[in-house]
Ligand binder design. Structure first.
Ligand SMILES: Nc1nc2c(ncn2[C@@H]2O[C@H](COP(=O)(O)OP(=O)(O)OP(=O)(O)O)[C@@H](O)[C@H]2O)c(=O)[nH]1
Ligand SMILES: Nc1ccn([C@@H]2O[C@H](COP(=O)(O)OP(=O)(O)O)[C@@H](O)[C@H]2O)c(=O)n1
Ligand SMILES: [Mg+2]
Length: 208
């Protein structure tokens, strides 16, 4: 890719270059750990763009498209949708916002090491990974409570258990993978929301 000179001699940056140079923060944690809650607060304080991979998928389901129907079936089972589908959605959403964004919070992605590797190939490298950590029983309790009002078809006991199992199996290795690069900040999400956010803010303030 790279930059190309236009007729006027100006340097033109392609969309790919622009998102590659953007500030990218991965937000990783188990289902119901509080990723979305913290991301909202980061948006309010820092003006970052919040992209929840789960929300992007749910928007596709809500559109009623054929692709949405396939996705709904996978999500209902608590399984992972194919990597390319999520990655393309994230990339399109980033391109749409890159000119007005101070940085991106990529929430609920990567779900497995391979997703992280592909993201870096197709988009760019994260400068920080916020690891939102809560106990299994806390996450289940929060999700059962959220399920009373969320309308999310995966907020039921059976699917929650599958999401949690998959998190421990597939997603926790992501944290080890990025720890070796020194960009992981572990955040204790058992604390009250505002205290959790204090730690999140410290991690973000520490970025250059
Ligand atoms: N007590 C307490 N509850 C929290 C905290 N963070 C989130 N919650 C609650 O836990 C539930 C799940 O929080 P979300 O922010 O939706 O969690 P998430 O990690 O985005 O969950 P998924 O979208 O399922 O991955 C919500 O009902 C929140 O109100 C916290 O720090 N403390
Ligand atoms: N990167 C992603 C994100 C979500 N998903 C799917 O979307 C569902 C909901 O994702 P989410 O991030 O909103 O919620 P949690 O499963 O983390 O609680 C997951 O259970 C997966 O089925 C996925 O397959 N790949
Ligand atoms: Mg969420």
């Amino acid at each position: 890719m790279g930059c190309s000179a236009s007729c006027s001699g100006r340097i033109v940056h392609s969309d790919d270059d622009k998102i590659k140079d953007a500030k990218i923060i991965f937000v990783v944690g188990g289902p119901g750990s509080g990723k979305g809650t913290q991301c909202e607060k980061v948006v309010a304080k820092y003006g970052y763009t919040h992209l929840s991979s789960g929300d992007l998928l749910r928007a596709e389901v809500a559109s009623g498209s054929e692709r949405g129907k396939t996705l709904q079936a996978i999500m209902q089972k608590g399984e992972l949708v194919p990597l390319d589908t999520v990655l393309d959605m994230i990339k399109d959403a980033m391109i749409a916002k890159v000119d007005v964004s101070k940085g991106f919070l990529i929430d609920g992605y990567p779900r497995e090491v391979k997703q992280g590797e592909e993201f870096e190939k197709k988009i760019g490298a994260p400068c920080l990974l916020l690891y939102i950590d809560a106990k299994g029983e806390t996450m289940v309790k929060r999700l059962m409570k959220r399920g009373e009002t969320s309308g999310r078809s995966d907020d039921n006991e059976e699917t929650i258990k599958k999401r949690l199992d998959l998190y421990y199996k597939a997603t926790e290795p992501v944290i080890a993978f990025y720890s070796s690069r020194g960009i992981v900040r572990k955040i204790d999400s058992e604390l009250p929301v505002d205290e959790v956010f204090g730690h999140v803010a410290k991690a973000i303030d520490g970025l250059k």
